[in-house]
Design a protein around this ligand. Structure first.
Ligand code: ZN
Length: 1227
């Protein structure tokens, strides 16, 4: 107790002492009488003493509200007394030496920099300058410099640059003065204009006099000199100067010297400093050339290999790898042209845009021969001030937000004349149908009761319902276990059992498939010769409407069950393919070849033990809408540009979600580095590289490799898009994807077949022409694989596979002419390693769960054939034909009217419309799986599905871009354009599906039947979870400074209701990722056009992750088709709740409940993303930085990899700042 008291007493006295000294000093300043110098000297020395001895005093001087710093600085400004000046400089140095940067910051904000620079200027006029004063001034400037972003500019304007430089020149042996001067130069050099100016005055040469071979003396001086040099060499002028004087070679020599002598790794920072200098020089082409000429690749490769074992040397390895990647000679892709291997003749060539550009290229100008990127050092002298970088960053985020209120306000006019829109009338027969000829449930006209069926409260699925579903499923889980010991064993080997699906009702709804058949695996019967022969018997036309009610989900004849017995496949199964092709006259559809020879004996056992019915998979997940035979029928009418004649097994067999969890992969440390070093080895050990083309679309004479052990590739089937494969090493392959048709880029989606594998070998696959700058493959996503052997063993499923996965920028690039003017566009590699389980398997790999156009057609046919026509009004129309002549389906779903009594018909016709679409982007297959969930839910017998049908009329275009899907495009249609950027002005000849989809909506607007909700399903490659983008003027204007304009705007916040409902009901949905801001770059997307032009207030894009979830029930899991389909079903359930909320009176809800819900919706404002733009910070950092930025001439390169050694976790405050600012804006 005493102690505490004493110390507090002491501090009181010290405080008052400081205060009184400061006020004395203030008085002296005010009087500024000559002769008071003694007095000021005395007072400042007293203060200095206090500051030196007491932290409390230092604290007090810079505390909030204290004028201590002002008084001190003003004394410094006024006094001429050398000793007072020295006292004050010492006081300031003491103050800023501790307390982090905050105290230095106080000094800067009080104008300290300017006063110190002035003092420096005055002091430099003395001849010779006062050494003590110079040391103190530079020490202080070096300490506050990093806190003053403008110090470089201030120093230059004050003419202070050369004072420090000259001091260095004149005092090379005086280390006491040299060190602080160099520290100040280091600060100045981060400004590029200063760097050029200093460079002209010989600073580069000067610094090379200071740095040198290994010595244990003056290492701190050496470190500062290297840091300064690295900063200076970022200027291209200086870098060129260094190259001209042969310093690249010198730097490498110095590096090797330190590498050899610093055996205890005590000077890691110096070694890193040398590398930083090399890295700076490597920014220019001459520098890279000098590096290669000086054998830099080999030197850094070898030194890195020696550093790998020591974890503390990681920064050296990483910087070396960065330099090597920069200097790795840029190559063009090994292709004759990067334009798609297939060409489709367009009916008209667009007047402008990417396709016009592509068509207007002279024939001899192609990526491969173009040299336009070679003069990349031309703009050496155009270096500009970069001091305002911070401001730039702040503006950057908002650049894309639409700020023109006129572009946000709804447009009034129709867009097309009503006479023209009449052509869409026939797509809406439900509006005129009188049902006189229909066999309705109730034939007797009944008095009309509005929503009679809804009588009581609407049954909205809640946790309770899920619970019961769970209970059911767990019994199913047991059934699975008991019924098939083989499967059980297999699954036990897997990491975990999955709690079986919680899909609402699709299974339970009884889509009316016969019980004894529904559990059969659809794939198996496909292999039976009899069945294949029997295909003709299953004809859609023969299915009488009447008995479709009980048509099974999976048409499998009784005899097919016996045919499930072990396949007698010790010989090649020749029967499959000839049968297939003979069936399909005129249009030979073949199955991919499947060889069953050499089946592992283990496999044999498992097959024979699983005879007959035991193979039957007791999982009700077998999609009731998959039908192999029907799939073949559908394929026959699908028109692809390459005229594919093969089918991929997975599409034919179908897919069942695997019964185990698939966690988001944890990224092992150093995987990227290892991969990059392997890539660099290609250059260093060129003789080890096989470089053998094994698959080539451009060269028809390239036949499949005959050598044993070499993988065979194929993707000549719907949605396939492999263009070329090169064997690099024994078990490593480079894969090149085909561009979207009529385009020379857009590749990310992949789907291909591999065969001829061995077991127990890790095969490395590199897809080397990916385009996105980052990918979820860096954050735990795995590619998908489908094994035909597994499918034959009753496990027809796509599973997440692959290890050592990473995604990084590689050494292939395109010319700027090919990249539409963007310079040096690099490609990215996705690499993964797979070990196959079965010998001679046929395996398929895909970016995401494939869902072909033929699959869609099959699903729609099945849904149509299975539905109960008395209950469900279902129509499948053809919206239009695509460019390639495929039909674009339009589906209408609603409930049949209860009777043909007038009121029932009237209720039927007056149901609000819900308009849905999906798959405008072919690579986003997840959108189709969500759509499948929606369709199946809408067609189900679930009571709430019936409510939903009675509430709404659904107009659905499940695939807006069939041609893109069929031809394996990633982004575009056959016109080489992104169809989701054509909604403003769709061309009927080039973008028919968009033109007519928009026409339908315009028609609805014209007849005053605007849909309540429009939603376009998409997939998102860079974010987790499922979320929505919507449109709001208010929320858009909040992100601009034009608040005044938005004040008088009245906007119904109803657009937030549906996403909010989904965030409460759909486990994968995340409100926090939603955004309602309208961006300029999105002005021609479906969502924005349907909102602004058509006038649908609830117009959305729903984005589903390709990867997985980082929150909620599925946290830590990769997403599967089960979750995607569930999302599609939950979306429907959300619409039902939306209806309830939209009409509360109808259901007599207590108003309090609504308030709560509204409040929730209101509160959600705080967490939504400000824009749809994805920042890299969306993902957490890894120990190993995800380094995808090693662009060779990227000036604004991030320092990510650099900061590895001293990386600090971003503090919590930063993390919150975003939502904070949103909150302020909202309030
Ligand atoms: Zn999309």
């Amino acid at each position: 107790m005493n102690k505490v008291k004493t110390s507090s007493e002491k501090s009181v006295s010290a405080n008052s002492r400081t205060k009184s000294l400061l006020s004395q000093l203030e008085k002296i300043n005010l009087d500024s009488v000559l002769g008071e110098a003694d007095n000021a000297r005395y007072v400042t020395s007293k203060i200095l003493h206090l500051v030196q001895s007491q932290e409390k005093t230092r604290k007090e001087m810079t505390s909030k509200g204290s004028t201590g710093i002002e008084v001190i600085l003003s004394t410094l400004e006024n006094t001429k007394d050398p000793q007072t000046i020295l006292n004050i400089l010492n006081i300031l140095i003491e103050i800023v030496s501790v307390g982090g940067g905050r105290r230095a910051n106080v000094l800067v904000t009080k104008g300290g920099t300017q006063i110190l620079l002035q003092l420096l200027l005055t002091a430099s006029k003395d001849c010779p300058p006062n050494e003590e004063l110079m040391v103190l001034l530079h020490t202080l400037l070096a300490k506050i410099g990093p806190k003053d972003k403008k110090i470089g500019m201030k120093a230059r304007i004050n003419g202070a640059l050369n004072i420090s430089l000259n001091l260095v020149k004149q005092n090379l042996q005086n280390h006491r003065l040299l060190l602080p001067c160099l520290q100040v130069l280091r600060v100045y050099s981060s400004n590029s204009v200063n760097a050029v100016s200093l460079g002209k005055n010989g600073v580069v040469e000067l610094l090379f006099k200071i740095i040198g071979p290994f010595t244990k003396r003056n290492t701190s001086l050496m470190k500062v000199a290297l840091d300064t040099l690295a900063a200076l060499l970022k200027s291209k002028t200086n870098a060129r100067r260094a190259v001209d004087r042969g310093y690249v070679q010198l730097l490498l020599t110095i590096y090797i010297d330190w590498h050899r002598h610093d055996s205890r790794h005590r000077y890691m920072l110096i070694r890193k400093g040398v590398l930083q200098c090399i890295r700076s020089v490597a920014n220019i082409k001459l520098g890279r050339k000098a590096f290669i000429d000086a054998n830099g690749m080999k030197i850094l490769y070898n030194t890195s290999q020696e550093c790998l074992a020591v974890r503390t040397l990681d920064p050296l390895v990483n910087t070396s790898s960065l330099i090597m990647r920069k200097c790795f000679p840029k190559n063009r892709l090994p292709l004759p042209t990067i334009k798609s291997a297939f060409h489709f003749q367009l009916p008209v060539i667009p007047a402008s845009g990417p396709v016009a550009q592509l068509y207007s290229l002279p024939p001899d100008v192609d990526d491969v021969v173009d040299e336009s990127d070679d003069n990349d050092d031309a703009e050496t002298e155009s270096e500009v001030e970069t001091e305002n970088d911070d401001d730039k960053d702040q503006h950057f985020k908002n650049d894309d937000i639409e700020t023109d209120i006129n572009k946000l306000k709804p447009r009034e006019e129709l867009g097309r004349p009503i006479e023209e829109l009449k052509m869409y009338e026939h797509f809406f027969p439900e509006l005129s149908e009188n049902f006189q000829k229909y066999d309705l449930i109730s034939k007797e006209p009944k008095p009309f009761v509005p929503d009679a069926n809804l009588g009581g409260p609407i049954v909205v699925p809640t946790a309770g319902e899920e619970h019961s579903a769970e209970a059911k499923q767990s019994t199913k889980g047991i059934a699975l276990k008991e019924s098939n010991p083989l499967l059980t064993e297999e699954y036990n080997r897997r990491p975990t059992f999955l709690e079986l699906p919680k899909k609402d009702s699709i299974k339970d709804s009884g889509l009316h498939y016969q019980n004894d058949q529904r559990n059969l695996l659809p794939s198996c019967q496909c292999l039976s010769q009899e069945i294949v022969k029997g295909l003709d018997r299953i004809s859609l036309q023969n299915n009488g409407k009447n008995d479709q009610y009980y048509v099974t989900g999976c048409v499998i004849k009784k005899e097919s069950r016996t045919s499930l017995t072990p396949l007698p496949c010790n010989k090649p199964c020749e029967h499959v393919s000839p049968c297939g092709s003979s069936l399909l006259e005129g249009s030979p559809v073949q199955l991919g070849k499947l060889c069953c020879t050499g089946v592992d004996s283990e496999e044999e056992d498992s097959r024979s033990s699983s005879s007959g019915e035991q193979v039957v998979l007791e999982v009700s997940d077998v999609s009731p809408v998959h039908d192999c035979d029907l799939y073949i029928e559908m394929v026959k009418t699908t028109k692809s540009v390459p005229e594919y004649s093969e089918m991929a097994y997975p599409d034919y067999f179908g897919h069942i979600p695997p019964p185990f969890k698939e966690p988001i992969l944890e990224r092992p440390y150093g995987v990227q580095r290892t991969k990059i070093f392997q890539d660099i080895e290609r250059l260093i050990h060129q003789n080890d590289i096989i470089d053998q083309v094994v698959y080539d679309l451009d060269n028809t004479s390239c036949s499949a490799p005959k050598k044993a052990g070499v993988l065979k590739f194929n993707s000549k089937f719907e949605s396939g898009n492999l263009r070329k494969v090169i064997q690099i090493r024994k078990n490593e392959y480079d894969l090149i994807l085909n561009s979207d048709i009529n385009s020379n880029h857009y590749h990310q989606w992949f789907y291909f077949e591999v065969s001829g594998m061995k077991t127990g070998v890790g095969y490395r696959f590199n897809i080397i022409n990916c385009e996105k700058s980052n990918s979820q493959f860096n954050y735990g996503m795995q590619p998908l694989m489908y094994s035909v052997q597994e499918a034959l063993n009753s496990r027809p499923c796509w599973t997440r596979v692959g290890t050592d996965i990473c995604y990084y920028k590689n050494h292939f690039s395109r010319s700027s002419i090919a990249a539409g003017g963007q310079k040096g566009k690099s490609y990215y590699t996705i690499t993964f390693t797979v070990t196959f389980q079965h010998k001679d398997d046929v395996c398929y790999f895909a970016y995401h769960y494939p869902y072909t156009y033929s699959t869609l057609k099959m699903h729609l046919q099945k849904l149509e054939s299975m539905h109960n026509p008395q209950q469900i009004y279902f129509r499948q129309d053809i919206l239009c034909e695509t460019l390639a002549g495929n039909s674009c389906p339009l589906v209408t779903i609603t409930a049949m009217p209860e009777s043909n009594y007038y009121e029932h018909i009237s209720q039927f016709r007056n149901r609000p419309y819900i308009f849905l679409s999906a798959r405008v982007h072919p690579g986003e297959t997840n959108a189709s799986w969500v759509m499948k969930g929606t369709l199946e839910y809408l067609m189900s017998n679930n009571p709430s599905a019936q409510c939903l049908r009675e509430s709404y009329i659904f107009k659905i275009i499940p695939m807006l871009n069939p041609d893109g899907v069929i031809n394996g495009n990633h982004r575009c249609s056959l016109s080489g354009e992104d169809l989701n950027r054509q909604w403003q002005n769709p061309n009927p000849d080039l973008h028919p599906t968009i033109y007519h989809a928009k026409g339908l909506l315009q028609y609805l607007a014209a007849i005053k039947r605007l849909p309540l909700v429009y939603c376009d399903y998409h997939g998102h490659s860079r974010k987790k979870n499922v979320f929505m983008y919507g449109c709001s003027i208010k929320e858009t204007m909040r992100h601009t400074n034009v608040n005044a304009a938005s004040c008088d705007l009245v906007e119904d916040p109803g657009y937030r209701v549906l996403p909010k409902i989904l965030s409460q009901t759909a486990p994968a949905f995340c409100m926090g990722s939603c955004s309602f801001v309208v961006e300029k770059s999105k002005e021609s997307t479906a969502r924005v056009v349907v909102w602004r032009e058509i006038g649908v207030q609830r117009s959305y894009t729903m984005e589903s992750t390709l990867c997985g979830c980082d929150r909620g029930k599925y946290k830590g899991l990769q997403i599967g088709t089960r979750e995607l389909e569930e999302m599609g079903a939950k979306f429907c359930v959300g619409l039902l709740r939306l209806k309830r909320m939209a009409s509360p009176l109808e259901y007599n809800l207590p108003s309090g409940l609504l308030d709560i819900e509204n409040e929730l919706i209101e509160s959600s404002c705080k967490v939504t993303s400000p824009t749809t733009y994805v920042l890299d910070e969306d993902e957490p950092r890894f120990l190993e930085e995800i380094d995808y930025s090693a662009e060779s001439n990227d000036d604004q390169e991030t320092e990510l990899a650099d900061n590895m050694g001293d990386y600090e976790a971003p503090d919590q405050e930063d993390g919150l700042s975003d939502s904070d600012s949103t909150r302020t804006l909202v309030s």
